[in-house]
Design a protein around this ligand. Structure first.
Ligand code: SAT
Ligand code: MN
Length: 590
């Protein structure tokens, strides 16, 4: 008798008609075999799936080039199909589930013909933790199978844990014919199903990532009383050896990976890495928040990563254990067969192929690596991995950081007055768009808690859920806001960022212990410069002033845009946030 997983796989195979079915067990041998296949046999758009890189300098590393039209998340083709449009909310595209399934069946029928269907059993989180979610994804691309083995805990034990129960999350993925007209990423939260056709790109195809860990999980959290957030998790060790844990939400391609393994510019401080993208957060028996990373790898932006900006990541990428390291859409140095991207080295190597595999001509003015080119690497290789990364209980959280990319208006750091005010400030958060999603780059949009593209239900209800979480907590942690991206009038960054960001984290942690001093502004509490560690920092007094300024006279547009954004959610918007809005408006216009 077939069990529930087998039945589902059979059903999917009937629809997709693969040449054969390969059940993955997550072993090292299997990863090698899949890479071999991707180098020699399997093709995407007529080209190999993997190219072997220089195994001496980049052990176990491979290059993947995606279809040129398939290089970022496609938010306009991503749908969340609750049975009620109301529950899906204006923050998501919606289709009625039956209609969506009919549309998907049409483009899925026979889509795996001549290809292998890989069955990937994996668990999000430590299998013995209350956070654990057991999942099975099918895919017809070896790149996706190998990436999922890096990004999740994949093993055939998962099948034993699911046994004959129906209690597993399903992911159906096929690269289809790669035509954007037949590309759709559909979520069915009520059935714990993600169905994605026509894209091989990260967030569209590695379904454990945004689709399951955020869109499906945020809805589960809403129903079950926990939070699934777009947040890094770090431990900050002070010179005395005390470790405080923080979570931080920043939109895609705004430095989460760098922050999660920052090399401190302040002597005696050290960052321990637990996650660079996703945190599942629960209330512990002690009434505090506990966070855990459901993933097991990094899918980070390559351009800008170097020994100067993130030495730990370069070491991690070169560690070469039994997990392969994948590079997607980076450039290739043909003299050395090494991956390359803008700023990896100061000078351009002499002979490069660009991310599409064409000879690179610097005079073209084009980028050589795609701006959203990525690396995929196991967190187990991370040289700053926290000993509590795999702790089934997660880690207790001392403070929450939210942030965006804003060239003006918002200071380097500020603290909200209380939990509700923090939720309100998070709800009106804006950020300039990046290359992580298709569309124009650098356009300001509201991106509450960096969750706009990832919240799997009505965002008005999501804000209500945050408020409710604050009420259950004995002592809600303080909520802080950061902006590493403030610029001066000439467009130059005011703050050096990277290792210097430890100064901001230090102030934050001291505030959570009521040690450091702050000054009240209309939007929150900014550091009193007396309490902000500037020892050895080369930022002028006048730039420090600018970086902490609020530009009160320029808030009209901000308030207007926030108000319009809030209005979209109608009566789903909690009244507390309207009240907070009125208070802020009065202060600013006062
Ligand atoms: O492509 S992903 O969604 O996995 C990465 C990101 O955009 O944050
Ligand atoms: Mn992300």
């Amino acid at each position: 008798m077939a069990n529930a997983v087998e039945k589902w796989v059979e059903e999917v195979a009937k629809l997709t008609e693969p040449r054969d079915i390969y059940w993955c067990n997550g072993s090292e041998k299997e990863a090698r075999l899949l890479i071999e296949r991707g180098i020699k046999e399997e093709k995407i758009n007529g080209k190999p799936v993997f190219y072997e890189l220089n195994q001496k300098s980049w052990p176990n590393a491979y290059l993947h080039r995606s279809h040129p039209s398939d290089v970022a998340r496609t938010e306009n083709l991503t749908f969340v199909c609750h049975s009620s449009k109301e529950l899906t909310g204006p923050n998501n595209n919606w289709m009625a589930p039956d209609e969506a399934k009919e549309a998907m069946k049409k483009i899925t029928r026979g889509c795996m013909r001549g290809r292998t269907m890989y069955v990937l059993p994996f668990v999000m989180g430590n299998p013995d933790s209350p956070f654990a979610k057991f999942c099975v994804q099918v895919t017809d691309v070896s790149y996706v199978a190998v990436s999922m083995r890096i990004m999740t805990r994949m093993s055939s034990d998962v099948l034993k844990r699911i046994d004959n129960s129906d209690n597993f999350i399903k992911g159906l993925h096929s690269i289809g014919d790669l035509s954007p007209e037949r590309r759709l990423i559909m979520h069915f939260p009520e059935e714990s199903l993600v169905w994605s056709i026509g894209s091989g790109y990260g967030g569209n195809a590695l379904l454990g990532k945004k689709c399951i860990s955020l869109r499906l999980a945020s809805y589960l959290g809403f129903r079950e009383g926990w939070l699934a957030e777009h947040m890094i998790i770090i431990g900050v060790e002070d010179p005395k050896g005390n470790v405080d844990y923080l979570v931080a939400a920043l939109p895609s391609a705004c430095g989460k990976t760098n922050l999660s393994m920052l090399r401190s510019a302040l002597p005696g401080y050290k960052i321990w890495t637990l996650g660079d993208d996703i945190a599942w957060i629960r209330v512990g028996d002690d009434g505090r928040l506990w966070a855990s990373n459901p993933e097991a790898g990094f899918f980070g932006v390559a351009p800008g990563t170097s020994y100067n900006t993130n030495p730990c990541m370069i070491d991690t990428l070169k560690a070469g254990t039994f997990y392969p390291t994948l590079f997607t859409n980076t450039a290739l140095n043909t003299d050395t067969n090494e991956p390359w991207w803008e700023s990896l080295t100061k000078d351009y190597p002499a002979n490069l192929l660009d991310w599409q595999g064409n000879k690179f001509d610097r005079a073209s003015g084009q980028k050589c690596a795609h701006p959203n080119s990525r690396f995929t690497v196991s967190i187990n290789q991370c040289t700053t991995l926290s000993k509590d990364f795999d702790n089934p209980q997660g880690v207790p959280i001392s403070g929450i950081i939210l942030g965006g990319r804003r060239s003006n208006l918002l200071p380097l750091v500020y603290e909200s007055f209380d939990w509700d005010h923090g939720v309100f400030s998070g709800a009106m958060m804006g950020s300039e768009t990046t290359a992580a999603a298709q569309g124009k780059v650098g356009v300001l949009r509201r991106d509450p808690m960096a969750m706009l593209p990832f919240c799997g239900y009505n965002m008005g209800d999501y804000f209500g859920h945050w408020l409710k979480m604050g009420k259950i907590l004995k002592n809600p942690p303080k909520i802080f806001f950061v902006n590493w991206f403030r610029k001066d009038d000439a467009g130059k960054f005011l703050w050096p960022g990277f290792g210097e960001n430890i100064r901001v984290l230090k102030w934050i942690i001291e505030r959570t212990k009521n040690k450091a001093l702050a000054k009240e502004t209309h939007i929150g509490l900014v550091p009193d410069l007396k309490s902000f560690d500037r020892e050895g920092l080369s930022v002028s007094d006048s730039n420090m002033k600018k970086v902490f300024s609020i530009d009160e006279d320029k808030w009209d547009t901000e308030l207007k845009e926030a108000e319009e954004f809030f209005e979209k959610f109608g009566n789903h918007m909690p009244k507390e946030l309207h009240e907070e809005f009125d208070i802020l408006e009065k202060k600013l216009k006062g």
